[in-house]
Write a protein that binds this ligand. Sequence first.
Ligand code: PGA
Length: 263
Amino acid sequence: MEVIIKPDYDQVCAESADIIREAWIRKNDLVLGLATGKTPLGLYERLIGFYKKGGMDFSSVVAFNLDEYLGLGETHPQSFAYYMDRNFFRQVNIRKENAHHLEGRPADIEEHCRAYENKIKGVGGIDVQVLGIGKNGHIAFNEPGSALSSRTRLKILTRETVEASRPLFKDERDVPRFCLTMGIGTILEAKMIILLASGKDKAEIVARAIEGPVTASVPASVLQFHPRTKLVIDEAAASELTNRSYYRWAYENKDQVIQRPKK
Ligand code: PGA
């Protein structure tokens, strides 16, 4: 794991956007896995900025949303399909057929989840997976207790996740209790993972995920098994990490350390 500590949220987004752009330069038909929530919004703004200035072209990029509330159609303003379309896809030139999302109202849930996994495999897997982290340690909607090898499936949301989403819904009957989510096993197959976190209220769970034991009780801790994970976090989110100074030192010096010896 590479822990990258930036002074503030804006620089977390700038760093993450640069990592994605560099990956796109190496592979124009980049396959992205994308997260919703508040945290990645600034990242998407930066990527849109690259596109508008001609620094990035999304015409060959493929994207897969991480999760979706069960019961919401893609035009529901709180659906993740709608979030991604409004905050990112419609502002860049990604092809509609390349922007994949889990459906909130599939005819057959198991079949839909299987087909989603097959679509990911069909394009050669996810190159860069963007993640946020919930205060309970969830990644995507893999709530605490999720099997660490889980695949895309239906999940029951925790009470706190339901409460966190409640203010966003005008109609109480719409407040989702279930979701479809990529599994932890699915996420771990991404070639690179970038987890973004910002703010003091994420500090405790970030520390448990990075420096605590790997446990299904903190699903993000499983990233300790992934060989190419970058955790891009701000000072506030990093404030409870024991090894902060080492992460800073490693990041600041990595270019010198990685230089190959001259022949
Ligand atoms: P947030 O959500 O970015 O809105 O904090 C993160 C999450 O719950 O995964």
